[in-house]
Write a protein that binds this ligand. Structure first.
Ligand code: ADP
Ligand code: MG
Ligand code: ZN
Length: 230
């Protein structure tokens, strides 16, 4: 991995697909939680950044990730989208939102495989379900941002027990921008920040489809309990 990253750092930078953190856009970043630099896409040298999109199940993380990547493509930036192989709920390779929005992705077994598949001209890297990657995803993303990539990681901030999920808390700490989204509580309609597992299966790694979880607010979420009422 280290070699690959070092090699990436030495690659010639091709103008035309290269964003730059432009000081003039800071107010726009603060409002959107998103790195909006399309107007200076050809500037050198590029400065990378980390964006985290987190929240409960159904909060719109995947939709938001796909929206940001679509806008980067509109700005003619080279985009790559990754997901962990373990998430094969809707499709083996595509990233699919609960609403049905789809995008081609590379399904990888872990961080090393992800790094090995990054193309030299890639400027924007999207990672969905980032909570399922091993802890080294944090330093890897940090290094990729140092090398000039805009990395957008979407993932669950809490597991079904309401505990911080895998590398997401650390990614939130190193990110320039963090967007915390909310779903609608299935029971009362309030803002939901928790994912209630409603099938009787234990373990953080159980992915499950839409039928396996409900979005719940703090009051309606039953801490640490699997509600097998379906
Ligand atoms: P996430 O990636 O955060 O799980 P998605 O982006 O895949 O979420 O899906 C968001 C979509 O889920 C919404 O646009 C909506 O159509 C649907 N949805 C289903 N149940 C809920 C809910 N309880 N609250 C909000 N959206 C929901
Ligand atoms: Mg999702
Ligand atoms: Zn509620």
């Amino acid at each position: 991995m280290g070699t690959t990253l070092a090699r990436r750092g030495q690659l010639p930078r091709s103008a035309g697909h290269i964003p730059r953190c432009a000081q003039g856009d800071i107010s726009a970043w603060m409002e959107s939680g998103e790195h909006l630099t399309f107007g200076r896409a050809n500037a050198e040298p590029r400065a990378g950044c980390v964006e985290v999109v987190c929240g409960s199940m159904f909060s719109g993380k995947t939709e938001e990730l796909l929206r940001r990547l679509k806008r980067a493509k509109l700005a003619r930036q080279q985009v790559q989208l990754f997901k962990p192989k373990v998430d094969n709920r809707y499709d083996e390779v595509k990233v699919v939102s609960h609403e049905g929005a789809k995008a081609d992705a590379l399904a990888v077994g872990g961080v090393d495989e992800l790094v090995s598949l990054i193309l030299p001209d890639t400027a924007v890297l999207g990672i969905d379900e980032a909570q399922f990657f091993e802890p080294s995803i944090v330093t890897t993303i940090d290094q990729l941002a140092n090398q000039g990539l805009r990395v957008i990681a979407a993932g669950l901030d809490q597991d079904y027990l309401g505990q911080p999920f895998g590398p997401i808390p650390a990614l939130m700490a190193i990110a320039e921008f963090v967007t915390k989204l909310h779903a609608v509580c299935t029971l009362c309609g309030a803002q939901a920040s928790r994912s209630q597992r409603v099938v009787a299966t234990e373990g953080q790694l159980f992915v499950g489809g839409a039928a396996a979880y409900e979005a719940r607010c703090r009051r309606c979420y039953v801490a640490g309990v699997v509600e097998g009422h379906l």
